[in-house]
Structures are given as C-alpha cells and as structure tokens.
Design a protein around this ligand. Sequence first.
Ligand SMILES: NC(=O)c1ccc[n+]([C@@H]2O[C@H](COP(=O)([O-])OP(=O)(O)OC[C@H]3O[C@@H](n4cnc5c(N)ncnc54)[C@H](OP(=O)(O)O)[C@@H]3O)[C@@H](O)[C@H]2O)c1
Length: 250
Amino acid sequence: MHAFIVTGASRGLGYALCQTLLDDGYFVVGIARNAGPALEGLAARHPERLLAVNADLSDAGQAAASVRTALQQLPLPECATITLINNAGVVTPIAQAGHYPADEVVKAVAINVTAPLLATDALLSATGGLPARRRVLNISSGAAAKAYPGWSVYCATKAALDHFSRSAAVEQEGAANPARVVALYPGVVDTDMQSSIRGSDEVQFPQKARFDALKADGALSSPADAARKIVDHLVSPDFGRQSVVDIREL
Ligand SMILES: NC(=O)c1ccc[n+]([C@@H]2O[C@H](COP(=O)([O-])OP(=O)(O)OC[C@H]3O[C@@H](n4cnc5c(N)ncnc54)[C@H](OP(=O)(O)O)[C@@H]3O)[C@@H](O)[C@H]2O)c1
C-alpha cells in the first residue's frame, strides 16, 4: 500500500491532489477544517481508500494531532511508502508592513509555517521504526524567492518553509531510513486563493492588475493539471534530489 496524507484537502490544489492520488490507486487521508463534508464526493467514488480528518491547522496542537490521527488509521506495517503533503496555506493578510492586522499575521505563520513543521515532526517521529519509504512534500510558492509588495507575510512564511525543507532534508541524510523532504512551487493555479488575490486592495498589493490579467488571459493552471505534474514528480525517482523545486522547471 502507498499512503498519502494531504492537508488543505477540502478545495483547490489539495482537493485536486487527493483526486489524482485516488485515481492513481493510492490510499489518501485528507485533512481540513471540514474535511468530511468537503470530501464526500470523492469518498463516494473511493470509499475504501479515502479517510477524512477534521483539524484547524492554525492551532499547533491540532496540526500534530491530525497527522497522528491519520497515521493511527493506516495499516502502517503494510505501507511501502508513507507521504505527507503539507499543502494547506493562506495568502492573507495581503497588507504591507506598517498596515498589518496582527491577528492575521499570527494565523498565517501558524498555518503556513508552524503547522507543516509540527506535522512533519509528527510523521517522522511516528514512522521512524518502519521499513516504509517516507516522503514529505511542502507546497511552497515562487513568493518564497521573489519579493512582492503586499505579500511580505506570505513571502516570509514560504521562505521559512523552503529553508525548513532544506534543513530537514540535510538532517535526514544521516538517518537509518532517511525521509525525503522537498519544497515545491506549484505555479499560478486557478483556486480560491487566486480569487482572493484578485479581490485584494490595489493600494496594499500594487501587482493586482498582473494577476487580473493572468486570469483574463487564461494563463492559470487548472488544479487538476498542477496536481498531475506534482504527483508525477512525487512518485518519480528524482523526488528528493533537489530540496526546493519549481514545477514549471521540471
Ligand atoms: N493557487 C496558487 O496560485 C498558488 C501558487 C503558489 C502556491 N500555492 C500554495 O498552494 C497551496 C494550496 O493553495 P490553494 O490555491 O489550493 O488555496 P485555497 O484554494 O485557498 O485552499 C486552501 C486550503 O487550505 C486549507 N486551510 C486554510 N486554512 C486552514 C486551517 N486553518 N486549517 C486547516 N486547513 C486550512 C483550506 O481548507 P478549509 O476548507 O479548512 O478552509 C483549503 O483546503 C497553499 O500552500 C498555497 O500557498 C498556491
């Protein structure tokens, strides 16, 4: 069995990743705040290979606990591979430093950084003694490497996720059964996150018109196409050779 735990499974890229993985015959545990109702359609098609775990990943305790719950529901000794995809993320607050809503900054750091770090820790600690090959895929963003005015919180959190992935990958090099840890940029994908970018305040986000034009020109990837490319890379022997990858450059 090949098992995949996907956070942010309820919609957008995470939902498409679950759908692609299920269509490919894998076992999936989807995590989101209301994962059960959100995944009902997929569960009806794949009742024996999909589980849902509800968790609010802005709560650090729930981030780690949700991965432990997911693992408890899997027949771990039968798993040839166990993969965690830390996909859940928020682009908000779209605001420049000096104009931050403090509570939203705290929430963004919790969802985009604290949750994937603790989820990864939970996976590695619970599976260290198993023979299964282990993989962690952190869905990052080109914003980790390129500065965008108005996205300073988002850029900082994704840069943190990239460097966590590099550092954890190096830590694993010395392990008995080393996990592969990778951060990946998925490109510009047509999801609710892009809608909220197009709905943002141009004063706070001066590049809004560029994202309006990308949508108008049909330049966004569909979630299904992005998910297909990501899964193909994830299951390829190349996965883990580079700890930060841009799907558009593969
Ligand atoms: N779309 C793009 O163009 C783009 C580009 C680069 C990188 N990315 C990255 O790709 C990933 C997926 O983005 P997307 O575009 O698919 O976003 P999206 O459509 O807004 O979906 C976000 C997902 O994250 C989950 N999530 C948000 N807050 C949560 C919380 N507190 N607890 C649990 N889950 C939570 C949501 O679940 P709920 O149903 O619980 O809200 C949802 O499933 C993100 O990491 C994003 O940064 C996206």
